[in-house]
Write a protein that binds this ligand. Structure first.
Ligand SMILES: Nc1nc2c(ncn2[C@@H]2O[C@H](COP(=O)(O)OP(=O)(O)OP(=O)(O)O)[C@@H](O)[C@H]2O)c(=O)[nH]1
Ligand SMILES: [Mg+2]
Length: 409
């Protein structure tokens, strides 16, 4: 059930909600859409539509009403009272799917945190009836006291979970520091859920470790693999949690550390399911999430996957619209070599070659960078070393900055 405010294709959105609902065992049998530009603050729908909803619920003996939006506690209470049935919203459905897929300690904590943060603001304002059980006007009845206690328990739990996540994040940073000695490039595979990100990681790393499934949000804990590029250079490639329209804010918050890993990338491969008729809106939705986590300025390559499911014309049309995009059928191993080549060429844009003169006494300092930048040539010249260095711009300037070498270019 949804209000169509014209922001996006409502049928597409409901189609997606249906898919999400099925994933947690709820099978929608009726759809109800109200076309209006605003959402009713108390009822979500207009009053007439609420009555219609109640009739539909009764006629079909419906067990759940699912709203294609995030609703408030008041809207939920009113809809539940009016329809005498349980009301769920889009965020709760997504949270349930996440809960189903949480396997690791971190994933479980993140999901519990997201759920509690969703619940906390929804405990307020429903205490009026409960309060009537006790105290009079102006006093705090036992109902309100119970709610306050409940809120306080949830707040404490939230802060405990946040501490645990911080600890996990701290450990991860330490590990990263150890690993980053080699300063390998990091490539992240991002995109809408179910587009084939984990399948791609498996194909690129010739492994099977990343969990692949034909369902939304199969990946909650992204994995990272070392992958050898055609030149022999090794890079780190990670898959990520899938994006979705209206990705609940509580999820972005709870999974911030996981999502922010994307920010540490040198390059993003944005996977798009070309067989999805609405792929353009999904590209936009993914860009919104990237923006929200501050990763929208990282170089990005669009990859249209699942070309085995569409016609040649569709591929040609997408090529015209996105001339720089890559195309693949990861399932059939088509396009993998081109992806590796493109990763190589994109990363090489981040590099530069510099010729410089360094005093002999300082050469050790430059050598200490040779696990991260490469020394292409060196010769002794008038008591100084002439070096040709190639590597990441930032590392080259850091290395040369340490020895005050003279840059010849
Ligand atoms: N037909 C076809 N199916 C593919 C292709 N690539 C992946 N799939 C299927 O698409 C489904 C989703 O693949 P995943 O790799 O799990 O997708 P994901 O983007 O990691 O999904 P989440 O982690 O759930 O966000 C699986 O059933 C894959 O087998 C492809 O090239 N063609
Ligand atoms: Mg995945």
């Amino acid at each position: 059930m949804a209000v169509d405010s014209g922001d996006f294709d409502i049928d597409e959105s409901l189609e997606e909600l249906e898919l999400l609902s099925r994933n947690i065992g709820l099978y929608p049998i009726e759809r109800l859409v109200q076309r209006r530009t605003f959402v009713d603050s108390k009822w979500y729908l207009g009053r007439g539509k609420v009555k219609k909803l109640a009739k539909v619920v009764e006629a079909f003996n419906i067990g759940y009403v699912i709203v294609d939006d995030e609703i408030t506690a008041l809207q939920r209470k009113n809809l539940e009272n009016a329809t005498s049935t349980k009301v769920l919203d889009r965020t709760q459905v997504i949270l349930e799917i996440f809960a189903k897929h949480a396997e690791s300690e971190e994933g479980k904590i993140q999901v519990e945190l997201a759920k509690l943060q969703y619940e906390l603001p929804r405990i307020v304002g429903l205490g009026r009836e409960m309060s009537r059980l006790g105290g009079g006007i102006g006093t705090r009845g036992p109902g309100e006291q119970i709610l306050q206690r409940k809120r306080s328990v949830i707040r404490k739990r939230i802060s405990l979970l946040k501490k645990k996540l911080e600890e996990i994040e701290r450990r991860r940073k330490l590990q990263r520091k150890k690993r980053s000695k080699g300063a390998l490039y990091k490539v992240s595979i991002v995109g809408y859920t179910n587009s084939g990100k984990s399948s791609l990681l498996n194909a690129l790393s010739r492994g099977k470790d990343a969990k692949v499934a034909d369902e939304p949000f199969a990946t909650l804990q992204p994995i990272t693999r070392r992958v050898k590029l055609p030149s022999g250079k090794v890079v780190l490639i990670s898959d990520t949690v899938g994006f979705i329209r209206k990705l609940p804010h509580t999820i972005v918050e709870a999974f911030r550390a996981t999502l922010e890993e994307i920010k540490n990338s040198d390059l993003l491969i944005h996977v798009v399911d070309i067989s999805d008729l609405f792929y353009e809106t999904k590209i936009e939705e993914s860009l919104k999430v990237l923006k929200e986590i501050g990763a929208d300025d990282i170089p990005r390559v669009i990859l249209f996957n699942k070309i085995d499911l569409v016609s040649k014309e569709m591929i040609e049309l997408s090529m015209e619209r996105f001339p720089k995009a890559l195309f693949s059928s990861v399932k059939n191993g088509v396009g993998i070599a081109e992806i590796l080549e493109r990763i190589e060429s994109e990363l090489s844009k981040l590099e530069e070659t510099v010729r410089c003169l360094v005093p002999i006494d300082n050469i050790g300092k430059i050598y200490s960078y040779l696990d991260r930048i490469s020394l292409e040539n060196q010769r002794l010249m008038d008591g100084r070393f002439e070096l040709v260095l190639r590597g990441r711009r930032d590392l080259i300037s850091e290395a040369i900055g340490r020895v005050e070498g003279e840059v010849l270019k």
